[in-house]
Design a protein around this ligand. Sequence first.
Ligand code: NAD
Length: 498
Amino acid sequence: MHTNKAVESKSPVQMFLDQNPINLFVGGQWVAASGNRSFATFDPGSGEKLTEVASATEEDVDAAVRAAKMAFHKSGWRTISPSERAVYLHRLADLVEEHRDELAEIESLDVGKPFSQARSDVDNFSKTMRYYADLSVHTQYHEPLAVSHHEARIVRQPYGVCGFIFPWNFPLLLAGWGISPALAAGNTVVIKPAEDTSLSTLYLMKLVRESGIPDGVVNVVTGPGESTGAALASHPDLAKLSFTGSPEVGRLVAESCGRNLVPVKLELGGKGAAIVFDDVEIEMTAAALSRAITLNTGQVCCTASRWIVHEKIYYQFVDAVLSQFKKIRIGYWDDPNTEMGPLVSARQRSRVLGYLEKGRNEGADILLEGGPAEVPGKKGGFYVKPALLAGRAGNIACREEIFGPVPFLLKFRDEEEAVGLVNSTRYGLANSVWTNDLQRANRVAVSMVAGNSWINAHNVFPHGVPYGGLNMSGMGGGVLGPNTLFDYLRHLSVVRPL
Ligand code: NAD
């Protein structure tokens, strides 16, 4: 009696965490990792352990791929009509909306992001799911071809088992961007979330189960990248692998896929730029770029981390940024006043602080020191203050992705110089141009070599606009666009001579 009352008073999130360890989700069942292996996951806002998560071995990954393969061939997911599949996917989106606060709490606890931001990530997941569910209903799966003396058509069919490996910065949102088109196209999936932030993806599996999506259509294997991730990337039965993460790991994953001739999609890092011309409203632009670089504590692949500012307004712009950075409210996720949470881990904090040191050693001007931040009552959290650096484009802090609230300022004289600076990187994810001259804005937008150019804004992702990178920032088509659905449909030509 006493025990039951204790259970009743626990929140769904606490009950979920209390499973300790939280198991793998394979073939519609919660299963322990072989050998009962698990690892700890932490709250970056306090440094405290949240729970244990199962650590999948190669054997467990193989079981997940086999479950997904079986579901592809036997569950009917591949053969039911797109509109029937869409009903399941909308049901899942409904459930995500119903459990919005639990999912957001889990995301905040695991990543450290303020609750309101976590909630918008959850909403983004359901929007993505609905977008691809609807798109799949209106897609042509048989396309007649006009060729003489033949009856010919292209038939579009799902590939089979698609593997997904995700990073830790937007776990649920990126899972939505990845798996929604694959599922809507009729594939089955095996997901490997980042080891630091597996929890929201695991909680999502409770909802997948409730939605009635057949067993084995969605599977999750948790564990370290070097073992669990590598086992998934090198599995010969994958029909496709989509990886989101760093270029270094992307290269390893692509090599593994290459050996098996498994097609791969890569969404990788960036070192995005913002060109600020001298006709902008300075305070507003400084505020918008400060918001962009502090969003998710700077752990955003496409953020603008090189700010290229016209020399005429440079010093006014610096002052405006400094005043923005000094007033930012750093805090724990459950404080409604918090604007910026911690970095995701002690490792990530060392990386960011290390870049401040390396930048300084290479002669960067330190306009704002940054460094560790203290949040009352949360001594163990991985908080940092925003920093502001300036100097030469060759400085390491200007060349390499830091993944923290640390922009690097460069001065320019004319448009050509500014565009040259933007394009002086091997990354190619997203840049922005800020000016009141729309003709110039459009001209510069198409001269910047990357997957995405934004005008008078940064970090803009409407569903239906493709988002992806080139060079060191990715390959294989990107995400979020209407064509992303076709990335998960193979083409078959059917021909009959007449
Ligand atoms: P990461 O490359 O270290 O890890 C990403 C994922 O790969 C994790 O799940 C990890 O466990 C797994 N992994 C690690 N080693 C592996 C291996 N040998 N084989 C297979 N899998 C392995 O990246 P991260 O630190 O989690 O995330 C930050 C990076 O992700 C940044 O570079 C960021 O720019 C990038 N990112 C890109 C996008 C995009 O859309 N382009 C979005 C978010 C993040």
